[in-house]
Design a protein around this ligand. Structure first.
Ligand code: PEP
Ligand code: MN
Length: 284
């Protein structure tokens, strides 16, 4: 196949390539599996803001999300914007997850945070802005918690795969890739352009699971539902969606956050779509 030839050309992609390992990698986050036919919905607020906020959201989505997300260390464009609660945010996220039976994922911004976060959460997120922070990639590769690696918004698919290669080369093969939108010329109507073509291409080139984040990818809550559905339709192994009970008051990314009831409705539709897709492919 044409794409396989391209993979061969990308000779530095070794451990992540389908050629090296033809079968899908299944990544295990707590008791949740992603990849190899297992789809996961990751949901929760952009930032952990206070105990009441994260507990409320976790409770409301606990029966329709698989993994709870929430930022404690936030990569904000402006140094004057809310930067996250730090260690306290980690503690609250873990408390919310364990209270409602959800494994948790959070972003690490620097090497200094990896050990602390890995000791408490079930999955470490590398954000778009850090996709090519090679020291950080090596550090998360040298520990054993699974890693959610987001595509940089000016990064090619090849660069995303090579960043994943850093993590695998350092010893950790539990990596999930995430398409979260790239910079094009979409103007002010969307925050980024969600590159859904990346999903089937990546899945041909690599055995790693690929999920999609339609919240950052669009920046608008009312585009999350159609693009989450589109993500599953093109073969994504799951979605990551920002959810907030009071988006108007959110300290970050309110405009792209779904209220819990809207997320619940979306999850039900995604489940129905997944059933249809699995039926078509003869089941998984
Ligand atoms: C996030 O998931 O909250 C986030 C900051 O995402 P990204 O790194 O894709 O911008
Ligand atoms: Mn966000």
């Amino acid at each position: 196949m044409e794409l396989e030839k391209e993979a061969a050309v990308l000779e530095s992609i070794r451990l992540v390539s389908r050629e090296y390992k033809p079968e899908d990698t299944v990544v295990t986050v707590g008791n949740v599996k992603i990849g190899g036919g297992h789809r996961a919905y990751i949901a929760g607020p952009c930032s952990v803001e206070d105990e009441g906020q994260i507990l409320e959201i976790a409770e409301l989505i606990s029966d329709c999300a698989h993994i709870l997300r929430g930022g404690a260390f936030k990569p904000r464009t402006s140094p004057y914007s809310f930067q996250g609660l730090g260690e306290e945010g980690l503690r609250l996220l873990v408390k919310a997850g364990s209270s409602f039976g959800l494994p948790v994922v959070t972003e690490v911004l620097s090497e200094a945070e990896v050990e602390l976060a890995a000791a408490h959460v079930d999955m470490l997120q590398i954000g778009a802005r850090n996709m090519q922070n090679y020291a950080l990639l090596k550090k998360v590769g040298a520990q054993s918690k699974p890693v959610l690696l987001k595509r940089g918004f000016a990064a090619t698919m090849e660069e995303l795969l090579l960043s994943a290669e850093y993590i695998l080369a350092a010893g950790n093969s539990q990596v999930v890739l995430c398409e979260r939108g790239i910079r094009t010329f979409s103007g002010s109507l969307t925050r980024f352009t969600l590159d859904l073509s990346a999903v089937p291409i990546l899945k041909q080139l690599t055995h790693l699971p690929v999920i999609v984040d339609p919240s950052h990818g669009t920046g608008r809550w009312n585009l999350v539902e159609p693009l989450a559905k589109a993500a599953l339709a093109v073969g994504a192994d799951g979605v990551m969606v920002e959810v907030h009970s009071h988006p108007q008051e959110a300290l970050s990314d309110g405009p792209q956050s779904l209220k819990p009831d809207k997320f619940r409705a979306l999850a039900a539709e995604l489940n129905a779509l997944a059933q249809f897709l699995d039926g078509r492919s003869g089941g998984i």
